[in-house]
Ligand binder design. Sequence first.
Ligand SMILES: Nc1ncnc2c1ncn2[C@@H]1O[C@H](COP(=O)(O)OP(=O)(O)OP(=O)(O)O)[C@@H](O)[C@H]1O
Length: 259
Amino acid sequence: MVNASQRLPSNGRLSGKIYRLLTVLVNKSRGETKNRLSCPLIHFENVGLRYGMGPEILRDLTFDIPKKSFQFLTGPSGAGKTSLLRLLFMSLQPTRGLIRMFGRDISEIPRPELPLLRRRVGIVFQDFRLLDHLTTYENVALPLRVRGKEESSYKTDVLELLKWVGLGERINVLPPVLSGGEKQRAAIARALMDRPEVLLADEPTGNVDPPMARRLLNLFLELNRLGTAVVIATHDLTLMEQVEARRMILSEGHLDIYD
Ligand SMILES: Nc1ncnc2c1ncn2[C@@H]1O[C@H](COP(=O)(O)OP(=O)(O)OP(=O)(O)O)[C@@H](O)[C@H]1O
């Protein structure tokens, strides 16, 4: 078992090129946060969530996501993992309680500012959310293009990352032609490209075979080792057994944390 705070064993090491790429991505975002207070990246206090008039599906959640932490979020189907990730991504507002993102109470953040804050959070949705009219390469490069970056400043990095997640031969293909596992890897590459301080991933290994799951886990671990906080929602016990990391377990609306 790998401790999330340790280096990977030699058989799981990333290649020099991908290591350099991750280092560059993380260092770029670190520069922006260097002077921030040492408060947790995310703080939840007595948070509750219900959809419409339905029952409360998340109750009294109080926890922190510390900087540079690595955690699995697990629990039975329907326990609320995706809903909790959506709260963490600020795409849902809690019904009650306090959420602080990067030190700011999200209920006080003007709506137009939310997209800027979301750029600091990378997310891999369960349904991938790739744009069907853009190629794999264009989908992964999109966050950088939206920021107005010159293609020459990122092209090599995007191609290298795509190669590393096994999509080197699929760069010019449109998402409808990709398999579920390929779409998932493209979605992961896109989330990493956005230089997140926190990475949220919903069942990121749900559609890939065990060797690719291990490879993706190594990518998340290395990104975390370089300073990104990682939250992986999963049912995959085999995946969780490979890393000695914090477990956040949702059950019947409540959250238990095992450090
Ligand atoms: N948009 C919605 N409107 C109403 N109810 C919802 C909505 N999204 C989720 N729910 C309900 O909230 C509960 C938690 O769902 P959620 O998808 O967060 O669980 P989950 O743990 O991610 O499930 P799974 O492991 O099956 O993906 C479920 O009872 C679900 O039916």
